[in-house]
Design a protein around this ligand. Structure first.
Ligand SMILES: Nc1ncnc2c1ncn2[C@@H]1O[C@H](COP(=O)(O)OP(=O)(O)OP(=O)(O)O)[C@@H](O)[C@H]1O
Ligand SMILES: [Mg+2]
Length: 470
């Protein structure tokens, strides 16, 4: 059979069953059923591991500062999977914990069967167990970054088919899905996530692969810039102490030292440093959402505006934003709240921090330059159409002022043709763009012909994903 021939719908359950949409990101995993507006299950991609080899998933990772607990993420740089065994486990948790229910217990251990001393069950019992894979009745659409390598794509379909037993599978690029979610088959998608910013040209529902650009200067990088800002704060550096290390606190005036009693956990009873860091990051995320602001333009923060007044001066004269830390320390942040995010558009503005783990960005890695590189790689005839359909998605694009600045940079770079940015005002739509796009396409009647059926997978092997999911 030619693998480019679509399966007949009879080969799987057809449209009586809703497909599951699984959208795994670096910071969170979104899961839910096709046809619904938003994902029902959103869990952190981080997981906890005890030195006893016990694992914890989901929001449980935030609540137990126990000895021997360390925090990990199966995704690595560039938003690609690094640890496949653990990626499979956290992804499975994302749907089994809230959507599909837990797998029926292993018949050996569910207490309903007498297990012979040797621990072996009769052969029929093993067959029953084999049929109880978590997605045995559920088609699965998963999302992936546009630069996901072939090996990773094959590994993904292998997990879906062999470990989860899905009867039908599809792997879609998250740029295409975010364009669909915005009602467009052709668009230039700018996705600002946790681990990566990407720019994806989409034409007639297909990714123009040569044009896909990405950089690591996204949400987590902004968090690292906030850390750098806190370290260099005057007169004193700011230390972020997570709530679990504070037993009580008293209100203090802005800029005054915190008056808190700290919980002292002896070293042998403390969790790993990665746990503290995870909880510090939650405070940084809150700071990002409430205080940080993108200088909206015109021109960069370091430049004068069109009337010759330095933008920094204007930024300084804008009212600051107060922020209170878990220990009660609080301060008003003025121009600094623009500085921590300015290097997304002006690389020179990056706050140096040798401990951050991020190399100093270069100007070619700024968002507007990623757009330029993306457009330079696609047919000149479609560039105007793409510029007229810039779709902004990803949770970190919710930064105040982000769209204004992007609009300024792009219109400055391309005075004509007209640049038009589409960014849903609704927070959920911006956070879950690719999940929502998946929910839409998987419920279209015409999508039937796209699924890779179990039978096709068995006939052609995992490489079928390269042929079908372009
Ligand atoms: N309102 C907000 N303002 C600014 N940043 C935000 C806001 N809400 C979330 N973020 C940041 O957005 C990032 C998460 O974005 P998103 O959920 O799109 O990423 P992801 O898909 O998990 O990661 P990636 O795309 O890198 O794989 C985090 O860094 C988070 O702190
Ligand atoms: Mg993402």
């Amino acid at each position: 059979m030619n693998s480019s021939v679509p399966p007949s719908t009879a080969e799987y359950g057809g449209d009586e069953v809703s497909a599951l949409i699984l959208d795994p990101g670096y910071s969170s995993i979104r899961a839910g059923f096709a046809g619904e507006d938003t994902p029902k299950s959103i869990i952190p991609t981080f997981y906890g591991k005890y030195d006893t080899d016990k694992y914890i998933y989901g929001d449980n990772i935030y609540v137990s500062p126990r000895p021997g607990l360390s925090i990990h993420n199966p995704m690595g740089k560039e938003g690609l999977v690094e640890d496949w065994d653990m990626a499979e486990k956290v992804w499975e948790y994302a749907f089994s914990s809230r959507l599909t229910g837990h797998k029926p217990g292993n018949p050996k251990f569910n207490g309903l069967n007498d297990v012979p001393n040797n621990g072996e069950l009769p052969v029929e019992m093993d067959i029953v167990e084999a049929e109880e894979k978590p997605l045995a009745d559920t088609p699965l659409l998963m999302t992936e970054p546009g630069w996901n390598p072939t090996k990773a794509r094959e590994k993904t379909i292998e997990i879906a088919m062999e470990k989860w037993g899905t009867p039908a599978f599809y792997l879609a690029r998250n740029g295409v899905l975010a364009a669909f979610a915005a009602g467009k088959a052709s668009a230039l998608v700018v996705d600002v996530g946790a681990s990566t910013v990407s720019v994806t040209p989409v034409h007639d529902g297909l990714v123009l692969k040569r044009g896909v650009q990405h950089s690591p200067y996204a949400g987590d990088y902004i968090s690292s810039q906030i850390r750098a800002l806190f370290k260099s704060n005057t007169p004193n550096p700011i230390t972020v102490t997570p709530h679990y290390l504070i037993s009580s606190k008293t209100a203090v005036d802005a800029g005054q030292p915190a008056q808190a009693t700290y919980r002292n956990i002896p070293a042998e009873q403390a969790p790993d440093a990665s746990f503290r860091r995870l909880l510090e990051d939650r405070t940084l995320a809150e700071f990002k959402e409430c205080v940080v602001q993108v200088w909206p333009g015109p021109a960069s923060l370091a430049s004068p505006n069109p009337n010759g007044v330095p933008n920094e001066e204007i930024a300084k004269s804008n009212p600051g934003r107060p922020f209170e830390f878990p220990d009660g320390y609080n301060q008003v942040f003025g121009v600094e709240r623009y500085q921590v995010v300015e290097s997304l558009f002006d690389a020179k503005a990056s706050i140096p921090d040798p401990d951050s783990g991020f190399p100093t960005p270069t100007q070619t890695q700024t968002i507007q330059e990623l757009v330029r590189s993306a457009l330079n790689q696609v047919d000149i005839d479609i560039r105007p159409h793409l510029l007229g359909n810039v779709v902004v998605t990803g949770a970190a694009s919710l930064l105040y002022g982000f769209n204004d600045r992007l609009n300024y940079e792009l219109t400055h770079m391309y005075p004509s043709p007209r640049v038009r940015i589409t960014a849903p005002g609704n927070t959920a739509e911006r956070k879950f763009g690719s999940w929502i796009g998946g929910s839409i396409v998987a419920s279209l009647g015409t999508f039937h012909q796209m699924w890779i059926s179990k039978k096709e997978y068995e006939e052609h092997g995992p490489n079928i994903v390269e042929k079908r999911c372009k």
